[in-house]
Design a protein around this ligand. Sequence first.
Ligand code: LR7
Ligand code: MN
Length: 584
Amino acid sequence: MARYTFRLGLIQLKKNKTVKIATGSFILLVLWLLLYFKSNSVHHNVPAVAHYLRTQSVVYVSGLGNYEPKQETLRIGPGEGGKPHRLSSGKENEAGQAMSEYGMNMACSDEISLDRTIPDLRLEECKHWKYPTDLPKTSVIIVFHNEGWSSLLRTVHSVINRTPPELLEEILLVDDFSNKENLGSQLEDYIERFKGKVRLIRNKEREGLIRTRSRGASSATGEVILFLDAHCEVGYNWLPPLLAPIYRDRTTMTVPVIDGIDHNTWEYRTVYEHGHHFRGIFEWGMLYKESELPPAEKKKRKHESEPYKSPTHAGGLFAIDRKYFLEIGGYDPGLLIWGGENFELSFKIWQCGGSIEWVPCSRVGHVYRGFMPYNFGKLADKVKGPLIINNYKRVIEVWFDDKFKEFFYTREPLARYLDVGNISEQLALKDRLKCKSFEWFMENVAYDVYHKFPQLPPNVHWGELKNIAENKCFDTFGNAAPTVIGLGLCHGHGNNQLFRLNAKGQLGHGERCVEADRQSVKLVFCRLGTVDGPWEYNAESRSLLNTDHGKCLTVHPQTKLLMLMRCDSINTFQQWAFKETVPK
Ligand code: LR7
Ligand code: MN
């Protein structure tokens, strides 16, 4: 493949056109000046005149691989421009029904055009990049299970509308055994209008999103495969910037910046502060996080809009050379349904010689659901514990070195007891591809993880935390932090009652920490960069001392609320016992 370098093409103007514009459009110029000073998206590196000509699409750099589209025509209607849409009154019931069926307000989505416009949130620079004219053709793969009609098809329409046709090999829809009426023959009929560009294949049983994507990858015919969730809207000129790094190096996987689409109003908005760049990292319990680009990475960049390396990604939206994906084994087929596959692929790519780049000039909107409307089906019954933790364990058992595995088990003590099945093929692949250690990955790629989440001291106690007087257990009741902690009947199943105390006094539940003031005891976000805490357990007196306050964890005898009180070793309301809840 030919080598090329990225280059900001600061427009080659044809003189005669410039003259015409300058003389003929004084009013436009004034209007533009107004817009220019209002807009905060204008980047100072780009000469104003270039910006002006660009947005008016007067000068079109053709043949140079800029791929910048002509401006979309202005459209008026519900949700146009990515504006929030309020449902017509009288449809509240429909909306409520849709929310519980899909985790998103389909009644609202149904009122918005499948071809709606969205705001162009890219950095101004992005309009001036030039890309090779012979970028690889792409199969856009969308897997779906019981998704809403209009949000699924808006994904398809946005790809058709905003992708240079010569780069789009196909859109491949892979149905993961949906049972909704309209996703049957009605969908087959509908896609006929795309004259073969959109292809549909179906699973014969529920496979989950991970295996369904693998199936899509095998069936796809494009040189590059690009995955999207089934409720996305792609942005202006989104594809070429994702393909260019792959063209340069086929072991690069690329990820767009993901904007948010509100699941209730369908408002399209960025979730990132302007001018700030984030990359994907993780906590030791394998919780996915995003963190601002570390200074060392910032220094490597010349342009704000340039792609940058990231340790991992959210999972849903990315592009990769198809053959490379298959060479590194695709997704581990032992991962079930949902979760952890983003880490598996990321660790594998990095440790086995590839890289991941996030691409600021490519933006894609994604509907974040209110809640997950589907269950994990029959496959999940095979698994003893929570399916997602099971997947994580499979991933870390293959890719982590022993030292790092301990960090995971410290955060997820029950995971030690889960059976992840046979991983010998994954280990053999790791050997065959001569992949590097996790330590290497941490030192060279994901070093910012250490800054936020230092190496974890081991747990000294974990399990349910029972109060002796009340005979009840610490319980989050499934509420997300920040939330007050209460006492529930001890059930011995871990989950909301699984707490842990580490050697440095941090008391926590999953990725969260227990903190207390005089009035209440709460589950909160742990203080970043710390792994210690204010708790001291005395196994003899069974007291839990909070060293910040010099007081003991107590159940108030009357209100039964948790609080801190002066320590009193014979008070059973202050006595606590940890009991490991090992699954049978
Ligand atoms: O059994 C299933 N079969 C499927 O085909 C379950 C789901 N699916 C489909 C589903 O219809 C959808 O198109 O798989 C896709 C993803 O499922 P979602 O949208 O219900 O999940 P999500 O958006 O919460 O999922 C995020 O994490 C997943 C972990 O396995 C995947 O990696 C998703 O792709 C990922 N989504 C994103 O990264 C989008 C960006 C937002 C974030 C974070
Ligand atoms: Mn999704």
